[in-house]
Design a protein around this ligand. Structure first.
Ligand code: CMC
Length: 428
């Protein structure tokens, strides 16, 4: 007999079905609860709420496990390339050699961005944060590609995916180039995706840009590690915006905005700023651990803690090792790496952090690598967005093709009740 959950409300007992996932995760299906009882559930921050069934990413926060489509993040980071992982996430299977070649070629078809987009970029002041500009530009793509994606057509969907991947990488670089006042670069269809990103960002007309394979490899790995993370804040945003049948670019643009926040992707910028501040303050990490524990102080250890991981974030483990390797290979000696390691050690031995299962997350060490690769701090969250793009697309595609209903949570109203209108001249 299939498992059921029972809820007792007064003299009524309601039976609710239990859903079991392929990794044996369990959920009580409450979709009929309100019809049966008049009650809804309350779960601030959705800490305990499943919004969908998904076949894309599995994570076990207690064990520190992360799989994309059944493949461990460790094996993908070691063996796969970023576009291969994009294909896997979006279409469900690792591509064959021919499929991957075609995918890369098809992405190249779309790497030219409409020149009028430059007028939009020019409208932003130099002080604009790159994430705000990226969100706006992604949304603006809708104006140049007004035909909605026919989600029932695999061909239409495939080309929408290629188009989004092809244009987004160019926009990420243009956001930066405008900020520093450099001429905007174009994708070179004879080169690979990651190499192109580096050229788009850093090549200048006055000198040859030499590609460093260490940088390409490190970036490839970082993008893979960020590629999806099931129903996090930005991905849920993409799904909920898309659930109203808003277009793919509009949904991704909303995801970029959600990612920007310091509790989410914006943490990678904040980590470096925090480590710099500790260094400028004499490197006393104990002082900052004390501040983070002080409930009267709003300061938090950025790059620590996670809604789902109650163990080491597996991505942080890989990134920590990569940070050592990349800095050594590039001959970079960054004093804040030492501060980061000291901070991690002190925090991991501290009762406050131990009892709350607060471990370093993906953002703790990623900024140190980005810095070594020459990526400016304000662009760190853009790097996260570039990596997360395939996850957002895959989740949007799954949601639309799964014909999910519009996302629309309920609430418990706690405001004033039925009041008589007071004419303006009678109000005090
Ligand atoms: N420093 C100090 N205390 C913390 C921290 C931290 N970084 N994170 C959580 N806590 C404490 C928090 O004060 C609370 O204590 P108490 O039980 O005494 O009230 C307890 O730990 C549980 O925290 P929470 O805020 O209820 O947990 P949450 O699941 O709502 O928040 C989080 C998760 C990631 C937003 C939070 O840990 C945080 O703000 N971390 C710092 C920002 C950060 O690094 N974000 C990146 C997340 S990973 C990448 C991504 O998904 O984008």
């Amino acid at each position: 007999m299939s498992e059921v959950a029972k809820i007792v409300l007064g003299d009524k007992t309601i039976e609710l079905p239990v859903i079991t996932g392929t990794e044996n995760e369990k959920a009580i299906d409450i979709s009929k609860l309100r019809d049966l009882t008049g009650y809804i559930t309350m779960d601030r921050g959705y800490k305990n709420t499943g919004a969908c069934e998904s076949a894309i990413t599995f994570l076990d926060g207690e064990l520190g496990v992360l799989h994309y489509r059944g493949y461990s993040i460790e094996s993908l980071a070691e063996h796969a390339g970023f576009l291969e992982v994009c294909f896997l996430l979006v279409f469900g299977e690792l591509p064959t050699k021919a499929q991957l070649q075609k995918f890369e070629d098809d992405i190249r078809l779309y790497t030219l961005v409409n020149e009028e987009m430059k007028d939009i970029i020019d409208g932003f002041p130099a002080s604009a944060h790159p994430m705000g500009v990226l969100s706006a530009l992604t949304s603006a793509l809708t104006a140049f590609n007004p035909k909605p994606v026919d989600v029932k057509s695999e061909n239409d969907m495939y080309h929408a995916v290629c188009k989004t991947i092809g244009k987004f990488v160019v926009l990420c670089s243009w956001v930066y180039r405008t900020k520093v006042g450099f001429p905007l670069n174009y994708y070179d269809n004879s080169k690979g995706y990651v190499e192109n990103f580096l050229r788009l960002m850093f090549a200048i007309p006055t000198q040859e840009y030499k590609i460093n394979p260490v940088v390409v490899d490190a970036l490839d790995k970082l993008l893979i590690l960020h590629a999806d993370h099931e129903q996090n804040c930005s991905t849920s945003t993409v799904r909920i915006v898309g659930s109203s049948h808003a277009g793919l670019f509009a949904s991704i643009s909303a995801g970029v905005s959600a990612l920007w926040g310091p509790l989410h992707g914006g943490a990678n910028q904040e980590v470096i700023e925090m480590l710099e501040a500790i260094r400028a303050d004499g490197g006393d990490v104990d002082k900052y651990v004390l501040k983070a524990k002080d409930k009267d102080d709003p300061f938090r250890l950025m790059g620590f803690g996670h809604r789902v991981y109650k163990n080491f974030d597996p991505r942080a483990k890989i990134i920590k090792k990569a940070a050592d390797e990349v800095l050594a290979a590039l001959g970079v000696n960054d004093p804040i790496l030492e501060i980061a390691k000291k901070l991690e050690k002190v925090a991991l031995e501290d009762e406050y952090f131990k009892s709350r299962n607060l471990y370093p997350n993906v953002d703790f060490y990623s900024g140190i690598i980005y810095r070594a690769l020459g990526i400016p701090t304000e662009m760190f969250t853009v790097m996260f967005a570039l990596g997360r793009l395939p996850g957002w697309i895959a989740q949007w595609k799954e949601m639309r093709q799964g014909n999910e209903p519009i996302g629309r949570p309920r609430q418990i109203y706690v405001g004033k009740t039925d009041r008589a209108y007071i004419p303006l001249d009678k109000r005090k």
